[in-house]
Every structure is written in structure tokens, then in C-alpha cells.
Write a protein that binds this ligand. Structure first.
Ligand SMILES: [Zn+2]
Length: 94
């Protein structure tokens, strides 16, 4: 048993936010996101700059074990330098 990711990714098509009451016991990691081929969409709440960083790239930088939540908390807007960044995990592209 290696990575435990969302085996049935089909259900994730919607928006996954930072809720605790979701019933997901295991937060998604960057490695998991990469394996599941989901997209990460981030945006700045200050200036509304939006970006879709390459997941493989983020794994290379932050490590596969970094949770997406952790990763997102370190993001900073490339346009206005704000740390008021929010994100969603978008469903797999097949
Ligand atoms: Zn910004």
C-alpha cells in the first residue's frame, strides 16, 4: 500500500473546500492530487488574480506529502503579493 488517494475520483467533480465536516478522513496531498489528476485552481481574494498551477510542478517544489491545504496556505498572489488566497480542487480531466 503506497499512496492512498481518492480511488473513485468520479465523485469529486464539484468543489472541495476546506471543510471539516466532509467525511474525508484524509486530506488530499499534492502527490494525491497529481495521482488523481485533479486541477488546482487558486485565486487572490484581494485582486481576483486567478491561476491554475501545474500540479506536477508544485509536487516538485513542495513535495508529494504536502497537503493541498498546507500548500495553499503558503501561496501568495503573484500579481499583488497578497496572502489572501483561496483555492478549489477541480475534478479529474480524463
Ligand atoms: Zn492579488
Amino acid at each position: 500500500m503506497g499512496l492512498v488517494v481518492f480511488g473513485q475520483i468520479g465523485g469529486i467533480a464539484g468543489i472541495m473546500r476546506r471543510k471539516r465536516s466532509d467525511g474525508e478522513s484524509r486530506p488530499m496531498t499534492l502527490g494525491g492530487a497529481l495521482a488523481a489528476r485533479v486541477r488546482l485552481i487558486v485565486w487572490c481574494k484581494a485582486c481576483r488574480h486567478q491561476a491554475e498551477p501545474d500540479v506536477a510542478d508544485q509536487v516538485a517544489r513542495s513535495g508529494a506529502d504536502t497537503t493541498v491545504i498546507d500548500w495553499a496556505s503558503r501561496l501568495r498572489c503573484s500579481a499583488c503579493d497578497s496572502r489572501e488566497v483561496d483555492f478549489v480542487v477541480s475534478g479529474a480531466t480524463r
